[in-house]
Ligand binder design. Structure first.
Ligand SMILES: Nc1ncnc2c1ncn2[C@@H]1O[C@H](COP(=O)(O)OP(=O)(O)OP(=O)(O)O)[C@@H](O)[C@H]1O
Ligand SMILES: [Mg+2]
Length: 363
């Protein structure tokens, strides 16, 4: 299994910048995800690592070896492409065997390896089917088997679940994670789905406009986003613009409207956020951190800001109830877990507490 280092990687397409200045070290056996909106440079980065694009700048290392000029077939990477790139006229077996045949492996070994790969993706009985006789989800699993069968040092997966329905997506998510842990193969995973990224990854690299925004564990990215883009792209967040009114020790008072001053902690802020009286910043907090005053869940001792909201929309999803409310004309999203939560209706007046420690300040 190989570690991967990207040193100042950029890719220019004529005058269009696909990716610029990516620096990262990916550990051996790590599940590392590239996450970001469409066009942010995920596929371009993956294709440079696989060797299909030559970077305009920078170096790529597998372990200690500089592979920047090594052709794709010398890198021992297994790749699942965004559009799978299977051969439609060939059978499932032939598709999976293709990489082994080009390596001139003996027939019996090929048969054995393909059968094992088919079992890994639960397609044991599909070997003789043609690709165009399979569903999108089955094709996606064939593409995965084809990537795994060569026993790659590095697995590169570009949106491998994009064509699956919600249920199969979740199942395949577990499958991929299980296989990855079992094989211990270093995996680079591309997705624009933040829930997928959060649930599968050891670390996530959030990208936007061809540049890296943040690299960190799912917890770091979620709880300590470095900027507004990361904060709003990952999960739901309330973001209120404000001005620092007062600082007393660890207590930071941020005025967010004529009636609301939000209490925040001086330690809960992004590195680029400067704390001084008069500074303009964004106060963010997650919907699930909001507490309803007067309910058993509400912790009196937890210091925070009390605000009154009027329910606009309430959504019951089964595991949670979500409210969109307005507090002094600021939109406030609140989420409560548990089926027993009191269902509120449009127009109801509710008192909320925004705990001090749940507020995160951004530049
Ligand atoms: N061959 C190419 N020629 C010119 N521009 C390209 C080429 N490939 C990608 N680009 C541009 O580079 C940028 C990054 O593209 P990339 O395919 O890496 O995005 P992505 O993050 O994979 O998006 P998606 O989620 O839609 O797949 C985009 O602006 C895209 O238009
Ligand atoms: Mg892409």
């Amino acid at each position: 299994m190989t570690a991967v280092t990207l040193k100042g990687i950029s890719k220019q397409f004529g005058r269009v910048s696909g990716v610029s200045g990516v620096n990262v070290e990916i550990g051996s056996g790590e599940f590392f995800t590239l996450l970001g909106p469409s066009g942010c440079g995920k596929t371009t980065t993956l294709r440079m690592i696989a060797g299909f694009y030559y970077p305009s700048e920078g170096r790529i290392l597998f372990g200690e070896q500089d592979v920047t000029s090594l052709p794709p077939n010398k890198r021992n990477t297994g790749m699942v492409f965004q559009n799978y790139a299977l051969f439609p006229h060939m059978t499932v077996f032939e598709n999976i065997a293709f990489g082994l045949q080009t390596r001139k492996e003996p027939k019996v070994i090929i048969r054995d390896k393909v059968e094992r790969a088919l079992a890994q993706v639960h397609l044991e009985t599909y070997g003789t089917r043609r690709i165009d006789q399979l569903s999108g989800g089955q094709q996606q699993r064939v593409a995965l088997a084809r990537a795994l069968v060569i026993q790659p040092d590095l697995l590169l997966l570009d949106e491998p679940l994009s064509n699956l329905d919600a249920k199969l997506r979740e199942e395949t998510r577990y499958e991929i994670k299980r296989l990855q842990l079992e094989l211990g193969v270093t995996t680079l995973y591309v997705t624009h789905d933040q829930a997928e990224a959060m649930s599968m990854s050891d670390r996530i690299m959030v990208m936007n406009g061809g540049t890296v925004q943040q690299i960190g564990t799912p917890q770091e990215i979620y709880n300590e986003p470095v900027n507004r883009f990361v904060s709003t792209f990952i999960g739901e967040t309330n973001l209120w613009e404000g001005t620092v009114e007062r600082i007393e020790g660890d207590d930071v008072y941020v005025r967010v409207s004529s009636a609301i001053v939000l209490l925040a902690s001086a330690t809960r802020k992004s590195p680029s956020c400067q704390l001084q009286v008069g500074a303009k910043l964004a106060a963010t907090f997650r919907p699930e951190s909001v507490q309803e005053v007067g309910t058993p869940q509400y912790d009196q001792a937890g210091a925070g800001s009390l605000v009154t909201g009027f329910i606009q929309v309430s959504e019951f999803t089964g595991i949670s109830t979500q409210y969109l409310t307005f507090a002094d004309s600021l939109p406030l999203r609140a989420m409560f877990v548990g089926v027993n939560h009191l269902l509120r209706e449009r127009g109801d007046k509710v008192s909320f507490c925004i705990p001090k420690d749940s507020v995160y300040l951004l530049e």
